[in-house]
Design a protein around this ligand. Structure first.
Ligand code: GDP
Length: 296
């Protein structure tokens, strides 16, 4: 993950500042500019970086630094707090209750890893004693149902879909109904993606959402999306009530900064990250350990 390089760049900037005999405005600015550059290179959105820099300048007191306090630690702490603030929208996502039926709808662009992530999410909960089920309401991508069926079979999770029905709303409603009757407590609805943000995709999402009334809508985003992350996440949030985010492909060469943008744009927490193609390459996301790792 290239995001790890960010920690190295930030550490170097802090070290340079610590080495300076006098910490004045210029030394602090140079340090913050270095850090800003590193964050932008990691694909964190420009506006988030700018606000973060301004906040740190407000928090960090030059006189305190000059008085010989541990400069490196003071600034590092300010950066740590700011990054945590960006990644923590301040409210947790909807809490599922075991034994009580919850409907969770997955949305995202085609190729983001949505279908794979649906199964990972179901499998994760199944291991913890839930009774999940998968509904394939993706009638747009040829092979989507086969893929979901194959994954679900491997994980021994019940599934619902159709090779002939072309109305995703109908499939979603039928699937949800069936699994309610079978007393599943976690009904996961996989929706269609598109290669890019399109009006037709958003309209379809809205209709599936209206018909199935999900308790939680999860937005799945590929971590390699880069600077486009903010606009993409915002477009989804404007169409359906996104309540949580899952970032996929964190194992790849992605710079990962888009994760911060997705939280800012949807005001929703990241709940899991995908770290590989396999079913169990899936981790619960916690802000503090993530940022600690990020800063090296
Ligand atoms: P969808 O079109 O959004 O449903 O995407 P898919 O679930 O079909 O995933 C697209 C590709 O990304 C597939 O080849 C998946 O195996 C792969 N993929 C999904 N999640 C991850 C991940 O966390 N890491 C890696 N390396 N590959 C992933």
């Amino acid at each position: 993950m290239v995001l790890a390089e960010l920690g190295g760049s930030i550490s170097r900037a802090l070290q340079q500042m610590s080495n300076a005999t006098i910490i004045d405005e210029k030394v602090l600015n140079d340090c913050l500019n270095e850090i800003t550059r590193a964050l932008l290179q990691a694909d964190v959105q420009f506006m988030l970086v700018r606000d973060m820099k301004n906040n740190i300048k407000k928090i960090v007191n030059l006189e305190e630094l000059a008085a010989g306090h541990n400069k490196r630690r003071i600034i590092q702490e300010a950066i740590y707090n700011e990054l945590c603030k960006i990644l923590d929208p301040g409210k947790p996502s909807f809490a599922l209750k075991k034994g009580k039926t919850s409907i969770v709808m997955f949305v995202g662009l085609q190729g983001s890893g949505k279908t794979t992530t649906c199964t990972k999410y179901a499998y994760h909960h199944q291991k913890k004693g839930w009774k999940p089920a998968l509904v394939c309401a993706d009638t747009f991508r040829a092979g989507a149902f086969d893929q979901l069926k194959q994954n679900a079979t491997k994980a021994k999770i019940p599934f619902y879909g159709s090779y002939t029905e072309s109305d995703p709303v109908r499939i979603a409603v039928e699937g949800v109904e069936r699994f309610k009757q079978e007393n599943c407590d976690l009904i996961i609805v996989d929706t269609s993606g598109r290669h890019k943000q399109e009006a037709a995709l958003f309209e379809e999402m809205r209709q599936v959402s209206e018909a199935t009334k999900p308790d939680l809508v999860i937005f799945v985003m590929d971590s390699s999306i880069g600077q486009a992350a903010f606009d993409q996440a915002q477009a989804f949030k404007q169409s359906v009530a996104v309540g949580a985010v899952i970032i996929t492909k964190m194992d790849g060469h992605a710079k990962g900064g888009g994760a911060l943008s997705a939280v800012a744009a949807t005001k929703s927490p990241i709940i899991f990250i995908g770290t590989g193609e396999h079913m169990d390459e899936f981790e619960v996301f916690d802000v503090k350990p993530f940022v600690k790792r990020l800063l090296g």
